[in-house]
Design a binder for this molecule. Structure first.
Ligand SMILES: C[S@@+](CC[C@H](N)C(=O)[O-])C[C@H]1O[C@@H](n2cnc3c(N)ncnc32)[C@H](O)[C@@H]1O
Length: 320
């Protein structure tokens, strides 16, 4: 997270006793792990603060990584307006404003009073005028009206909180509000992947172009128990370590995502679906291609290709 955001979060949390924050964080983690929605997991201001300390760094990192990949597939896309659906404390808006400083207007929607209050306070510290002036509205995102429009629409870790059969309907309501690019980020679990597959089918039928991560628009070639997900490593701050009672100075956030566009994107290349495996012989990449999933072995002796591929990470594209 950028320095201003870390600072704003630290200031908000400063007055809380370490033990209260750690207890609230472990309650929150357990609630999300049990599949509870934020309406139950984040009931009091201390729970929302625990979210800032324990979850926001990871969801910020995941949204930034997914949006970055989506934007690579949409060269020239310069959104001016952003709609953040299920905004929580504003995480996705803050991440988008870092990557897209041309955004001029931001709307955040959520129904959780504790989160809405925090997003207002944190956003007030942002260097982005659009974030400082954001419209922060209480709304039920399961019943998005069709009056809203934005160039960029993001729903981060929100679909997972709706009814199990709501993915397709929710995706279509997001698409209706979207004039440019729609990004949906979900937890990197089989359930998150399943939700995104439902959304993908509905969005393709509605005429959307897949921007990322898929290299094609055919049926997803992954067969259960495999599922499409990625991982973003993030450094843990002292506050993050304290809230989580953790010892490692970093964590790996697993996430799944789908980005769809109104315009035909640049989908050249093949998506790396797992951590590249380096051996004495060379580098093996698990690739999603328009023709299915395959393993590509790049021998060390093929120096230029090996050297270029070695810099690539899980989630990035291997150019054709
Ligand atoms: C896990 S949080 C994610 C917050 C933020 N997008 C992030 O990535 O950090 C899910 C958010 O969705 C919101 N949400 C879930 N169901 C909702 C509904 N029916 N209407 C409005 N907001 C909802 C919750 O209040 C919560 O803020």
């Amino acid at each position: 997270m950028p320095a201003w955001l870390r600072g704003a979060v630290e200031t908000l949390i400063d007055g809380e006793a370490g033990s209260a924050l750690a207890e609230a964080s472990s309650r929150l983690t357990a609630s999300y792990r049990d599949g509870k929605a934020s309406a139950l997991a984040v009931a009091a201001p201390i729970d929302a603060k625990a979210y800032l300390a324990a979850r926001m760094p990871a969801t910020f990192a995941a949204v930034s990584a997914a949006l970055d990949e989506a934007l690579r597939c949409c060269p020239g896309f310069q959104p001016r307006s952003l709609l953040d659906v299920g905004a929580g404390p504003g995480t996705a808006s803050f991440a988008a404003a870092e990557l897209l400083p041309g955004i001029e207007s931001v709307t955040m929607l959520d129904h959780n009073a504790a989160f809405l209050a925090l997003s207002r306070r944190i956003g007030g510290e942002s260097p982005s005028e659009a974030i400082r002036a954001a419209a922060i509205e209480r709304a039920d995102i399961a019943m998005l009206g069709d009056g809203r429009h934005a160039d960029l629409v993001i729903a981060a870790y929100a679909m997972v909180e709706l009814r199990q059969d709501a993915a397709a309907r929710f995706a279509l309501s997001l698409w209706q509000a979207c004039d440019g690019l729609l990004l949906i980020v979900e937890p990197g679990t089989p359930g998150g992947h399943r939700n995104l597959l439902e959304a993908r089918r509905a969005l393709l039928a509605a005429g959307a172009f897949i921007a990322a991560p898929c290299p094609g628009e055919g049926e997803c070639p992954l067969e259960p128990p495999d599922w499409c997900h990625f991982s973003q490593r993030l450094a843990r701050s002292r506050l993050h370590i304290r809230a989580k009672g953790a010892s490692a100075p970093f964590e790996d956030e697993k996430f799944s995502y789908l980005a769809v566009s109104r315009r035909s994107p640049d989908r050249a290349g093949q998506r790396i679906l797992a951590p590249p495996l380096e051996t004495k012989a060379g580098l093996t990449l698990k690739l999603c291609t328009a023709a299915g999933v395959r393993l590509e072995m790049l021998p060390r002796r093929d120096k230029p290709r090996f050297k270029a591929a070695r810099k690539l990470k899980w989630g990035e594209r291997l150019d054709a």
